[in-house]
Design a protein around this ligand. Structure first.
Ligand code: FCB
Length: 472
């Protein structure tokens, strides 16, 4: 039953390892990211998340910043080894208590908590038993989910099981540039499968412990386009899309793994005997558990050029590849239209009841000027253009319900260490001082405008595509 429109939520996102610090305090166990960052040569600037933004100690100050910006919602993740230091078994009450206090602080400041259960910091104890390539990690994730959602499920009403399973599987287990730093194709496929399976197995547990909550998963999706009209480039595009988008979307929406990719992976020797031996009866049904929303993280598109044929034998490129002026500091192309493309495509093809953009943002190193102000105009332009693309998608009927800027504050950018600054808030890593960048003030005005309709009629009130049919 249609009950009228719901206000679009405007938020910001972070993750535990990237901001918390306190890596071994109050009984926290070691995570695979602790181990990985402590290994010399793994992180670009040789730094770690040991202290990061010291959010563990400064969370009240950080919630006050959210309040100042006027965020409707805040997406953060829980560090599994803070709650279960050994991955399974004994709960660490002090670790759980941190999240309990954080949730209360958010609610007291009118900020809705969106909680991600897994943003890559697996307990090292589980890694020592084989980690995500092992099926028993699925059961461990479900137990962990049960502990967290029992403790917070009365107050947290938005749950995200996993963040970007592609990154955990491919960057972590195939290319080895994220923790645990493995390089093995079959382990990557097993990891992806067990992440998806653990998502589906966790959904009913969350629903039981957190009545009336919304449950979903977050994927990093990348719209792919062929560089030319050649058959080879089209096929490169099919493969890229299959690898990053369809391999995850298809099973989540009841279509099993895409057969063209199963064939390709078999040919590449990714699976012993060319078969998905780790898929058991009923797995697909478990993975496709009905969810309330899909979270999409959008940063870039991919222009696909075949390397199966020599460049000179292929058609000339038709998609211009823009120069460095159209890239952010991390080297990612700025292409706001791709956000429209991926939103519309997911809506048209898979029909999730609701979509959230759970991450979008840009890395720019703009530092405080002599007067202490951070003039990050490029971030403002980036956000404005991407918000407009999202708005166009909503006007075309995409059920978009919220938008989370990555990130609330500068933080530890995985293998890049502290060399990339994605924040609305500047962090001085020497002193821990926080400074709202110009983009944070702009976002504050923007959000205020959506509430009052005084400054921004374009973005005000309910968005056109989204019709709320839940309670309230
Ligand atoms: C995403 C991650 C997030 C952050 C951004 C820049 O892939 O989910 O933690 O690193 O990229």
């Amino acid at each position: 039953m249609v009950k009228g429109a719901q206000r679009m939520l405007w938020g910001a996102a972070t993750s535990s390892y990237q901001i918390e610090g306190a890596w071994n305090e109050d009984g926290k166990g070691e995570s695979i990211w602790d181990r990985y960052a402590h290994t010399p040569g793994r992180i670009k600037d040789g730094k770690t998340g040991d202290v990061a933004c010291d959010h563990y100690h400064r969370y009240k100050e950080d919630v006050a910043l959210m309040k100042r910006i006027g965020l409707d919602a805040y997406r953060f993740s829980i560090a599994w080894p803070r709650v279960l230091p050994e991955g399974r078994g004994a709960t660490n009450a002090r670790g759980l208590d941190f999240y309990d206090r954080l949730v209360d602080e958010l609610l007291a400041n009118d900020v809705l908590p969106f909680v991600t259960l897994y943003h890559w910091d697996l307990p090292q104890a589980l890694q020592d038993r084989g980690g995500w390539p092992q099926r028993e990690t699925v059961a461990a994730f479900v137990e962990y989910t049960d502990v967290v959602t029992k403790a917070l499920g009365d107050r947290v009403k938005h749950w995200i099981t996993h963040n970007e399973p592609w990154c955990a599987a491919v960057l972590g287990q195939l290319i080895g540039v994220h923790a645990p730093g493995a390089r093995d194709a079959e382990s990557a496929l097993r990891t992806a499968h067990h992440l998806l399976l653990s998502h589906g197995a966790a959904v009913p547990v969350i629903r039981a412990n957190s009545p009336d909550a919304e449950v979903g998963i977050t994927l990093n999706l990348i719209p792919a386009v062929p560089a030319s009209g050649s058959a080879a480039d089209y096929d490169a595009c099919r493969q890229y899309d299959g690898h990053i988008n369809r391999w995850f979307l298809d099973p989540l929406y009841g279509r099993d793994y895409p057969s063209d990719m199963v064939r390709d992976y078999g040919r590449k020797g990714y699976m012993p005997d060319g078969e998905l031996v780790f898929v058991e009866a009923d797995d697909y049904r478990t993975i496709a558990a009905p969810c309330d929303f899909l979270g999409i993280n959008y940063y870039m598109r991919e222009i696909c050029r075949s390397d199966d044929v020599a460049e000179e034998e292929n058609l000339p490129r038709e998609i211009p590849v823009p120069g460095s002026e159209l890239r952010t500091d991390i080297g990612w192309e700025i292409y706001s239209e791709g956000l429209f493309d991926i939103l519309y495509r997911v809506h048209a093809t898979y029909r999730p009841p609701k979509l959230y953009i759970t991450e979008n943002g840009c890395s720019y190193g703009d530092a405080p000027d002599a007067d202490g102000r951070v003039r990050d105009e490029r971030r403002i332009a980036y956000l404005r253009d991407h918000f407009a693309a999202a708005r166009r998608a909503a006007e075309q009927g995409v059920p978009l319900a919220g938008y989370f800027v990555w990130s609330l504050m500068d933080n530890f950018e995985w293998g890049e260490g502290y060399t990339q600054r994605f924040g609305l808030v500047w962090i001085d890593y020497e002193t821990g001082e926080r400074i709202l960048k110009d983009s944070a003030y702009w976002y504050a005005d923007f959000i205020e405008g959506t509430r009052t309709a005084l400054t921004s009629t374009l973005f005000s009130g309910a968005w056109p595509g989204y019709v709320h049919n839940g309670a309230g």
